[in-house]
Design a protein around this ligand. Structure first.
Ligand code: ZN
Length: 140
């Protein structure tokens, strides 16, 4: 059953979820070429890069900082499931809003306008809360 689910996940990722998955292939290939080792988390392939910055998902691939928590990997995998749900709309409903929000929050903190503790909870945006919930449900 697990194998069938994984095959289904990959078929959906490379068809309906192709735009984001292709970007993920490009990033994965770049990381392989630069000597990063691929790892496996359930059905997904991930790479560890850098220290203490978080992570991002691109379809069946995700990238996290070194020593990322299981919760972070579940969250990124949750975005992988969102990708097969939202498919070609994923960039507009999740990926771009999520990236813009992440960098806006970083901007607020780095410019000294806010502290992390003053920002709304990370998961208060629906696409982040949904990724965390999906990750906890399907990848534990
Ligand atoms: Zn996220």
């Amino acid at each position: 059953m697990k194998t069938i689910k994984t095959i289904g996940f990959y078929i959906a990722s490379f068809t309906w979820g192709l735009p984001i998955t292709l970007l993920g292939c490009f990033v994965a290939l770049s990381l392989l070429i630069t000597g990063h080792k691929p790892h496996r988390f359930h059905s997904l392939i991930y790479f560890e890069v850098g220290e203490d910055w978080g992570g991002f998902d691109l379809g069946c691939f995700f990238v996290v900082n070194k020593g990322a928590s299981v919760a972070m990997m579940q969250h990124e995998s949750g975005h992988g499931l969102q990708n097969i749900m939202f498919g070609i709309f994923m960039p507009f409903v999740v990926s771009i809003p999520s990236a813009v929000r992440y960098w806006y929050r970083e901007y607020l903190v780095r410019s000294g306008k806010k502290q992390y503790s003053e920002l709304p909870e990370y998961d208060s945006a629906w696409f982040e809360g949904s990724a965390t919930a999906l990750g906890a449900k399907y990848f534990s």
